[in-house]
Write a protein that binds this ligand. Structure first.
Ligand SMILES: [Zn+2]
Ligand SMILES: [Zn+2]
Length: 340
């Protein structure tokens, strides 16, 4: 099988021929149909973060495909079934976090495309208990971005406790943000979309955003405060200053939810305003299996629209460059079913 492999940090990925991986006990082998490109994959390939993967490895945590082979003990999945393999490749199932519905915080977790090989390949392994069944009516190409971008933004809105009639600011309208806008609308909120490019602001409007703020020309905090301030701000732009800008637009009691991960990012939070206004700063990382099941359910019901561009996997290095230059409108999905 072919796979796109990180052999050294910061170097182009190499397309390699590898033997088909054999599923161990509790695992399945999947023939990958579609695999999304998430910014995290680029951070992984560059070794940007304090905890680094070990090259050589195959990135990708938006892999979707058909189960091809069952490992010992796997009884709840069947060959031919479509599943998605998210960032949370495996968690221990026994710790305080796993047992309290916060498996995403498990300290024993293994992350797909980071701690084990991921979806930039014709075939991949997954732990069956964490391979999420994709319902009928959700295509592999749509399921891929939902597997990280979807579940991550859906969870961020849950963490913020967004309710109808609230004002939600979504900062950064890309692969994640275009879905965050839709989940906030589903929750009944008024949505303010913040970005720095015209086409992304137009995209946000077309997906239901009530208000757009061009951070190049407008003071984000001031515009939000003119509208009473945001009950929640979802920070998705990979830029420290963008976090501070939306934080300044929170209303009293408002919540800043940090989701994007700028390399070496640090945000200055004014203590006086935070204390007097009773605001919160919360980190939110991906989502649980149940969150992903709900994301797929909403999409199967026709409530969300995935904006994506499909590419062959052998263009992976050019695609990474495009994402880094900010030229991609939403999400790149490698279409493995279409070949290389
Ligand atoms: Zn991701
Ligand atoms: Zn655990």
């Amino acid at each position: 099988m072919k796979a796109a492999v990180v052999r050294a940090f910061g170097e182009p990925l190499v397309i390699e021929d590898r033997p088909d991986p054999e599923p161990g006990p509790g695992q399945v082998r999947i023939r990958v149909e579609a695999s999304g490109l998430c910014h995290t994959d680029i951070h992984a390939a560059h070794g940007d973060w304090p905890v680094r993967p070990n090259p050589p490895f195959v990135p990708g945590h938006e892999g979707v495909g058909l189960v091809e082979k069952l490992g010992d003990g796997v009884t709840h999945l069947s060959v031919g079934q479509r599943v998605a393999v998210p960032w949370l490749g495996k968690a221990c199932g026994r710790c305080e976090h796993c047992l309290s519905g916060w498996e995403t915080l498990c300290e024993q977790q293994i992350n797909t495309g980071y701690g084990c090989d991921g979806g930039y390949a014709e075939k991949m392994l997954a732990w069956a208990d964490f391979a999420q069944p994709v319902p009928d009516g959700v295509t592999a190409l749509d399921a891929a971005p939902l597997t990280c971008a979807g579940v991550t933004t859906y969870k961020a809105l849950k963490v913020a406790g967004v309710r109808p009639a609230q004002l939600v600011a979504v900062s950064g309208i890309g692969g994640l943000g275009h879905l965050a806008v839709q989940y906030a609308k589903i929750a009944g909120a008024t949505v303010a979309a913040v970005d720095v490019t015209d086409d992304k602001l137009e995209l946000a409007t077309s997906l239901g955003a009530d208000l757009v703020i061009d951070a190049r020309k407008e003071d984000v905090g001031e515009v939000l405060r003119q509208h009473g301030g945001a009950h929640a701000a979802i920070a998705l732009a990979v830029d420290d200053a963008a976090f501070e800008a939306v934080n300044a637009g929170l209303r009293r009691g408002g919540k800043l939810v940090m989701v994007a991960l700028p390399a070496h990012g640090t945000v200055r939070v004014p203590i006086f305003d935070t204390v007097l206004n009773g605001t919160s700063v919360i980190g939110s990382i991906v989502g649980t299996r149940q969150d992903l099941a709900e994301v797929f359910q909403l999409h199967a019901a026709g409530q969300t629209k995935v904006i994506r561009e499909t590419r062959p996997l052998d263009s992976v290095n050019e695609c990474i460059d495009e994402v880094l230059r900010g030229q991609v409108r939403a999400r790149i999905v490698f279409d493995l079913a279409a070949g290389w």
